[in-house]
Design a protein around this ligand. Structure first.
Ligand code: ZN
Length: 273
């Protein structure tokens, strides 16, 4: 599943490759996704419009066009965007094709259909239900200041609080586990039982693990408009996620894999308190 670093990598690829391109035609079938995909409606609103620089909110991509409004995209569980030449084989589960004036095509591929591609009129970026309740961005410089207030007033396990998109936007299961290990905080610890100082450290850890992953993802960018036309799926060296039973990279003792907040959570009982 694409997490924030993958989405940010795609955003950077789009900012570099899609900005300035004008929409000629939007094609596809009306299908059920997270919300119904409406290619005809997208054609009506996007035709003749020029893409501006892509932005990101949590795990949502916003592709604004001149004159206002944007194409809102979420990659769901299995979604991919490709920016490619039209002669390139259209792979299975390509639900949306945006033909551009320079001859290329932006394609949305999503086998499991948990993704989203909808039009937002100007102003709806702040009112759409998908975006309105999102919390602070991990790269917002105010995160350190706000982290204690967000977490310390709550009794839920800190792992669950990190996954709550209304508190901090864009953190999924992988980077919650990685940043809690980095900060040395036990995932099941209630939010209100963590000191302010340790929560500041957690804020810095979140940013550090996300930045490392985004740096790793940057190496995939050269393929985005190349023959593979892919960006955003890459191998990141994770310290604890998916490594239950293996030695902790810090102390060498066995990592545990427990269900916390309904999700598999790998952590080190020795290093995380
Ligand atoms: Zn350890």
């Amino acid at each position: 599943m694409p997490e924030l670093p993958e989405v940010e990598t795609v955003r950077r690829a789009l900012a570099a490759s899609l900005t300035g391109a004008v929409v000629k035609v939007v094609r596809g079938q009306r299908i059920a996704m997270r919300r119904p995909l409406e290619p005809r409606l997208l054609h009506e609103v996007l035709r003749g419009r020029r893409f501006q620089e892509a932005s990101r909110r949590g795990k949502f991509l916003l592709l604004p066009v001149d004159g206002g409004g944007c194409l809102l995209i979420h990659l769901g569980m299995s979604g991919r965007l490709r920016l490619t030449r039209p002669e390139r084989l259209v792979e299975a589960h390509t639900h949306l094709v945006v033909e551009l004036d320079d001859g290329r095509e932006l394609r949305l591929v999503d086998p499991r259909r948990f993704g989203l591609a909808v039009w937002l009129a100007a102003g709806e970026e702040t009112t759409d239900p998908a975006l309105a309740d999102l919390g602070i961005e991990p790269f917002d410089p105010a995160l350190e200041d706000r982290m204690p207030r967000l977490i310390r007033s709550r009794r839920a396990p800190v792992k669950a609080l990190l996954l709550d998109q209304r508190l901090v936007a864009g953190i999924g299961n992988i980077y919650a586990a990685e940043s809690l290990w980095e900060a040395g905080i036990r995932p099941s610890r209630p939010g209100r039982a963590i000191s302010e100082g340790r929560l500041c450290l957690l804020a810095r850890s979140i940013r550090a693990v996300l930045e490392r992953a985004i740096t790793a993802g940057g190496t995939t960018l050269r393929d985005f408009s190349g023959p593979h036309g892919d960006a955003g799926y890459f191998a990141v060296r994770l310290r604890v996620y998916g490594r239950g039973g293996q030695p902790c990279p810090r102390c060498g003792r066995s990592l545990r894999d427990d269900v916390i907040a309904g999700r598999s959570t790998v952590w080190c009982p020795h290093c995380q308190r």
